[in-house]
Write a protein that binds this ligand. Structure first.
Ligand code: MGD
Ligand code: MGD
Ligand code: MO
Length: 765
């Protein structure tokens, strides 16, 4: 019966309500929205207590995003609307307890929306779904660990197990998680980064020798120019608007490059500044370029041309610290701006005008996120951005650098501490020295490869440290079949999600403490550490009462599995339970394994944390093969299609696959998510009107994927481009549609066919 469960998110029966997109971000509506969501979930006292602790020096790290906090001038409750929603979501008073699971069968739950599933609240104790059963039932922690260990040791090869990680996991839990995988004998450590900034990691490591950004918050104050490309900070990194506002006040110019004019890039009213709240706020971008999807590489080529032609180069830097300039120069000078204008959809004069302004800048930062990383040619685009920055010596000097803005609050830290399906030999050697574990050297699966391995029946056990793999991954049908094909799926989670409904023969849900909650072990109150988007490691301590007495921490769950495994394998000598009782011991192991964590336990007591080494930023040294920063020459490529090009984006009311509500306030779309944003002229040409229902289709190698009944929303978006919300539209992204070299699903460029649905009456749904 389980196999009949449809992985598709339910259709919606009413057209959304539409209004004009907003002209300024935050302000009073943000405060109202925060209060509504906070009070609804946590009540008055819970809201006050919890929200005061977000990013407080003695509180917890905001689970909202990876944007750093100011070192010195933190306001009381350094939070933003969407950070507050993330906290309220975890702090909810609702409980998905035994009653809930006994009331709802898995098939009935599958008919519910993601929004409904999440709003059922916190899972209170371990639950198991037995073969052929329709209901999750309670199980003890020890029995859960035994089932996992039994399934693992029964595999013919450790590579038949997959250990997925989502980026909210702390450094301590992530280090133990990768230790468990490697102790078991596999590098199968796919993570959400594979779907997120993997392209940035691959590109930057080759270009400048580190897969991370090279700027700090201070740099925003001294930059001449900040380019924000392929990112929607107003919704996804709201605290970044404060940094952009301050930069603007300090005289920086800000350019936004995006197919959409996102509200956060227009004006910002700081929610903790009364003058701004009731006034006009501060304007953020002084220039917006409305670019066609996936043509950024071409645009940056034009910017480079302008710098080279104007002679405003940092010749010393190019000569002493870089390789490949001459070849790049020749390629750039060959560029035809009319061609670039055609590709990008931006008027040639506008390109010339903006390029001129850009070449005047003495210190430039480029910030980007998913609008750049999730295309077939993402690695090439990011290397083009680096080429552009190298021309002006914009790496490793104040006010300048690369700023890939990370998503999940600890996704960068997880990679640093070893969540990597392609670990370096240095890491493997160090791990052996510090723990005695000899890890395999062959690379493991990334997220796309993991789906294929489960689909083929080779991989049989899937364990997830957080996340919602089935909804987050591309090709929902194939991913759900892959998960259902497993013998055992295990989800360490806080709230119900769709992945719980697509289990293997046996499904286990292991509920853990959230970041906001007190983590008390047998030896006392434990805290964890995280690394933000700018390489600062700092502590995070939960302050509220756990959602249920049965919950244990993520490190305790990993230790429980590790302990059960040790009794079935030749003992490795890892004292799992000591490690989960005292995280200082985990940090000692991290210190011994990973450079940059010297005196970890001592330095972490510093309230603002400490910076990890960043050679390009710290000393303009580049740990690349030739010890130089490299220019890379790529052909300008962008997929052209006679179909529509679709990007799948986030609304203002979601955290990845967690749907908080059905509104996208800034874009003026309310009460509906199954929408396709379309250019008005394209609608006219295709005989479509607002709120018409259309079926979307995409082609895969062996057939077509059709997703029915999306409501058309007229929107200011370049002709030929459309936008839908993820995760609903993930069903349309073929598994094999991936970025070159990073293997990231091309979630921002999917060729799509649009056809008016045969039945238009919504009640027919
Ligand atoms: N509230 C909230 N905060 C979040 C998240 C969340 O879901 N909700 N998610 C977190 C995570 S994991 C991540 S990775 C980040 C994601 O943060 P973002 O990357 O800002 O998220 P997306 O909604 O995917 O937005 C992509 C932006 O890129 C633009 N875009 C799409 N294609 C192109 C293109 O080809 N070129 C250009 N120039 N622009 C393009 C879109 O119009 C959109 O504005 O946010 C993190 N923070
Ligand atoms: N089409 C399309 N697909 C995308 C994207 C896109 O832009 N378009 N973006 C991609 C990106 S950038 C990312 S990062 C991925 C995200 O992929 P994931 O990280 O896998 O997904 P999330 O939605 O962040 O995970 C939400 C679940 O995490 C669990 N959770 C929440 N807090 C905790 C905690 O403290 N501990 C534990 N153990 N569990 C917790 C909850 O049960 C919740 O249901 O999605 C990717 N997928
Ligand atoms: Mo992400």
């Amino acid at each position: 019966m389980k196999k009949d469960v449809t992985p598709l998110t339910p259709l919606e029966s009413n057209a959304p309500k539409l209004s004009k997109p907003k002209n300024s971000a935050a302000g009073i509506p943000a405060v109202i929205s925060t209060a509504k969501y906070g009070l609804g979930n946590m009540g008055v006292i819970g809201s006050i207590k919890n929200l005061a602790r977000v990013n407080d020096f003695n509180g917890f790290d905001c689970p909202g995003c990876a944007w750093p906090d100011p070192d010195k001038h933190r306001s009381f409750a350094e939070f933003c609307e969407n950070g507050a929603k993330a906290v309220a979501d975890e702090g909810t008073r609702n409980r998905a307890d035994i009653n809930f699971w006994s009331q709802w069968s898995v098939s009935d739950l599958s008919k519910k929306s993601d929004h409904w599933l999440n709003s059922q609240g916190r899972i209170t104790q371990p639950m198991i779904l037995m073969p052929e059963s329709e209901y999750y039932v309670p199980i003890s922690w020890n029995e859960s660990f035994d089932i996992i260990a039994d399934n693992l040791v029964s595999l013919d090869n450790p590579d038949q197990a997959i250990f997925y990680t989502s980026g909210r996991t702390s450094n301590e839990a992530a280090f133990l998680w990768q230790l468990l995988a490697r102790r078991f004998g596999t590098n199968n450590l796919p993570d959400c980064s594979n779907m997120c900034h993997e392209s940035s990691g691959v590109a930057l490591t080759e270009s400048i020798g580190i897969g991370k950004g090279t700027v700090t918050l201070e740099d925003f104050n001294s930059a001449d120019l900040i380019i924000v490309v392929g990112q929607n900070p107003g919704t996804n990194h709201p605290r970044m608007l404060t940094a952009l506002r301050d930069a603007r006040k300090n005289g920086a110019s800000i350019i936004s490059i995006n197919p959409l004019t996102e509200t956060g890039m227009k004006r910002f009213k700081h929610p903790q500044n009364p003058i701004e709240m009731f006034g006009l706020g501060t304007s953020i971008a002084d220039k917006h370029l409305s670019i066609k999807i996936n043509s950024d590489q071409a645009l940056f080529r034009a910017f480079s041309k302008s710098i080279i032609e104007s002679g405003k180069l940092d010749n010393d830097f190019i000569q002493n610290s870089t390789y490949g300039y001459e070849d790049y120069k020749n390629l750039v000078l060959d560029t035809d701006l009319s061609e670039i204008s055609k590709i990008t959809g931006i008027n040639k004069d506008e390109i010339i005008q903006v390029s001129k302004k850009i070449s005047e800048s003495k210190s430039t930062i480029v910030c980007w996120a998913m609008g750049i990383t999730q295309h077939k040619n993402s690695v090439a685009t990011i290397q083009e951005i680096v080429n552009f920055l190298l021309l002006g010596g914009n790496i490793g000097k104040p006010g300048a650098g690369v700023c890939p803005v990370r998503g999940h609050s600890n996704v960068q830290g997880d990679r640093t501490v070893g969540i990597n399906h392609k670990p370096s030999m240095e890491f493997i050697d160090n791990l052996e020295k510090s723990t005695g574990i000899s890890s395999p050297t062959s690379h493991g699966y990334d997220s796309v490869e993991a789906v294929k391995a489960m689909e083929s029946g080779y991989a049989k056990v899937f364990l997830a440290m957080g996340g919602n793999f089935v909804s987050a991954m591309s090709d929902t049908n194939r991913t759900s079949n892959a998960l259902s094909n497993c013998d055992l799926t295990v989800h360490i989670s806080t709230k119900p999600n769709r992945s719980h409904l697509l289990s293997g023969k046996i499904g286990l849900i292991l509920p853990c403490l959230g970041r906001t909650e007190i983590d008390e072990s047998t030896v006392g109150h434990q805290f964890v550490t995280v690394e933000n988007s700018m390489g600062i490691v700092h502590s995070s301590r939960g302050t509220s009462k756990p959602a249920s007495d049965y919950l244990i921490s993520e490190p305790s769950i990993v230790s429980g599995i590790g302990g059960a495994l040790e009794t079935r394998l030749e003992r490795s000598g890892i004292a799992w339970s000591n490690l989960s009782d005292n995280y200082d011991l985990v940090r000692d192991l991290i210190e011994k394994t990973i450079p940059g964590f010297e005196n970890y336990n001592q330095r972490i007591t510093n309230k603002s944390g400490f910076y990890l080494p960043n050679p390009p930023k710290d000393s303009r040294t580049f740990k690349t093969k030739n010890s130089l920063a490299n220019f890379f020459c790529h052909d300008i490529s962008c997929i052209s299609s006679d179909q529509f090009m679709m990007m799948t984006i986030r609304s203002h009311d979601q955290y990845n696959t967690t749907i908080y509500g059905l509104d996208d306030r800034y874009r003026g779309i309310r009460n509906g998510r199954r929408v396709v944003l379309m250019n008005k002229e394209d609608m006219l040409e295709n005989g479509l009107e607002a709120s018409d229902l259309v079926d979307l289709s995409s082609d895969r190698e062996n057939g077509q994927i059709i997703s029915p009944k999306w409501f058309v929303v007229p929107y200011d978006i370049p002709s030929g481009n459309i936008a839908t919300y993820f995760p609903e539209s993930n069903v349309l992204i073929p598994l094999d549609s991936v970025a070159d070299r990073s293997n990231t699903p091309t979630s921002k460029s999917v060729p799509i066919g649009i056809k008016k649905s045969v039945t238009q009456i919504s009640s027919a749904l």
